[in-house]
Design a binder for this molecule. Structure first.
Ligand SMILES: Cc1cc2nc3c(=O)[nH]c(=O)nc-3n(C[C@H](O)[C@H](O)[C@H](O)COP(=O)(O)O)c2cc1C
Length: 218
């Protein structure tokens, strides 16, 4: 599902579990709604959209990256920022997500580089899968992703959602909204700064070289 306004940055949001009833898919959906409500462009995807075999260097050499990796790469190239809602498996993040990161990291130019990322998690446990997010930071930061410092983890997530998809606990819904909003502000500031910078240089390009030199020296 994609919300498009074309006046702001683009965001890819996906849950990193394959199963149909995934709590992380529900949390991803709520994050996508919050971002869309801010007026930004959002693509809500699912890990199933990025189905791919286990990374194999021989298969890569013979056939190149599989379709699922190319699909994820396309969306990463489209977006300015992405949000992953990841389950915690054995105090880390799922192998299916690591496999996707490994395949996509082989594509040049490497699409994780310089994107902003917000990490969230949902788990039936008391800590909400937060340890998995710390593990997920490592490969993303290694690849040059600007991982947002704040994270959000929904504990007891099996009873954490209201019927309308919002979080059942109003305090948690408010904290999620605040985290998403702060992240969006950072991404928008960066996207607009680049846009303003480009316009400024285009403006200077309309003037004489002397003016450009003067301004550069001033
Ligand atoms: C292999 C495996 C390992 C798990 N390890 C953890 C864990 O370390 N911490 C935790 O909070 N939950 C753990 N769980 C429970 C998951 O958090 C729970 O199944 C959750 O619902 C998965 O996310 P999903 O609902 O998006 O599929 C594990 C589940 C599986 C299948």
């Amino acid at each position: 599902m994609r919300w498009v306004s074309r006046i702001s940055a683009g965001y890819l949001v996906f849950g990193a579990a394959l199963r149909a009833g995934s709590l992380n898919a529900r949390l991803a959906s709520q994050v996508a709604r919050l971002i869309a409500e801010s007026g930004a462009d959002v693509d809500l995807a699912s890990m199933r959209d990025f189905s791919m075999p286990l990374y194999d260097g021989d298969a890569e050499y013979a056939e190149g990256p599989p379709e699922g990796a190319l699909a994820l790469c396309d969306l990463l190239e489209w977006c300015d920022a992405f949000v992953i809602s990841s389950p915690e498996y054995n105090a880390s993040f799922p192998g299916v997500l690591k496999n996707a990161i490994d395949w996509v990291s082989r594509i040049q130019p490497q699409p994780f580089k310089t994107k902003y990322a917000l990490l969230v998690s949902a788990s039936p446990s008391q800590v909400g899968g937060n340890r998995g997010l710390w593990a997920l930071r490592v490969p993303l930061e290694h690849l040059g992703t600007r991982v947002y410092p704040d994270m959000f983890s929904l504990a007891r997530a099996h009873e954490g959602f209201a019927e309308d998809g919002r979080l059942a606990n109003p305090g948690q819904q408010e904290r999620l909204a605040e985290t998403v909003s702060a992240f969006v502000h950072l991404v928008e500031a960066d996207a607009r700064y680049v846009c303003l910078q480009r316009r400024w240089y285009e403006f200077l390009g309309d003037r004489t070289d002397a003016l450009v030199t003067q301004r550069a020296e001033g």
